[in-house]
Ligand binder design. Structure first.
Ligand SMILES: [Zn+2]
Length: 273
């Protein structure tokens, strides 16, 4: 039985870290896989080399297409919003588009729901309530994803997350081979993502590690950034292979329709007709 999976992300490159293994696995197992980004990622931190010509948005959507190709994704869409950035204040809207945090949730959900209906999507991948590490655009993905699934009657909503204790353990391992920038705040991860008991799905993607690494490598502009969360991508790619496979060989989701603390599911399509 073939199903359709849609991964909804805030920025080009978020799919690489959070859901690329699950996407590659679904595609390899014969399912239709789609990726939708809310924003163009134009405010992503990138080195001057990449940001100088003002074409970062175009470049990042190209990178997303390359990542999609590596994962076997057949359709890539941008919902049309602008990156809200991580600054203390949200910048004014660029000409012709709205920064995602300012977008009307209902209107954004209707845009996504239109694709969910058109594609008869069985499983929508979105974000946990913390929006992972808390980027405002990621929190907005959580809200918009949940509303869109309700509007479209999508059978299953799975919210991508990572068990908090796994993150802090991974950071400590990475710290042995990589010096984090001084502004890197390990403690901030104590409040990010989700508690282990809330997780309902743990998906093994070990057989799809090559595709996952290719997806991460496709986002060259983000590996170039000078500070903050986004440079994490570059650090992760430097982890020695056996360790990388251990850390990135699984992906985690919360099905908000399931009770907490129950059986862990190992297949995102389990039980779907
Ligand atoms: Zn992001």
């Amino acid at each position: 039985m073939s199903h359709t999976l849609l991964a909804f992300h805030a920025h080009p490159d978020d799919e690489a870290l959070l859901t690329s293994g699950t996407m590659a696995r679904a595609a390899a197992e014969g399912h239709r896989v789609i990726v939708v980004v809310a924003t163009d990622g134009a405010l992503g931190l990138a080195s001057r080399e990449y940001a100088a010509d003002g074409a970062l948005a175009t470049r990042r959507l190209d990178e997303l297409r390359r990542s999609a190709q590596a994962l076997g994704v057949v359709r890539v869409e941008h919902l049309g919003y602008a990156d809200s950035g991580l600054g203390p204040e949200v910048e004014p809207d660029p000409p012709g588009s709205t920064r995602f945090v300012r977008a009307d949730t209902e209107e954004a959900a209707m845009r996504l729901a239109a694709i969910l209906r058109e594609e008869r999507v069985d499983v929508l991948l979105s974000y946990d309530a913390n929006g992972g590490y808390g980027h405002p655009d990621h929190k907005k993905v959580h809200e918009v994803g949940a509303r869109a699934a309700a509007l479209a009657g999508t059978p299953r909503l799975l919210e991508a997350t990572v068990p908090r204790d796994t993150i802090t353990r991974a950071i400590d391992l990475v710290a042995k081979v990589y010096r984090f920038p001084p502004e890197f705040d390990r403690a901030s991860f104590d409040r990010a993502f989700s508690a282990r008991r809330d997780i309902t799905h743990r998906i093994s993607v070990r057989r799809h590690i090559a595709a996952k690494r290719a997806s991460m490598r496709a986002h060259a502009s983000q590996a170039s950034a000078d500070s903050g969360a986004d440079r994490t991508l570059a650090a992760f790619l430097r982890i020695p292979r056996p360790l990388y496979d251990l850390v990135f060989g699984r992906e985690w989701f919360i099905d908000p329709a399931l009770p907490r603390g129950g059986r862990i599911r190992r297949d995102v399509f389990e039980g779907l007709s």
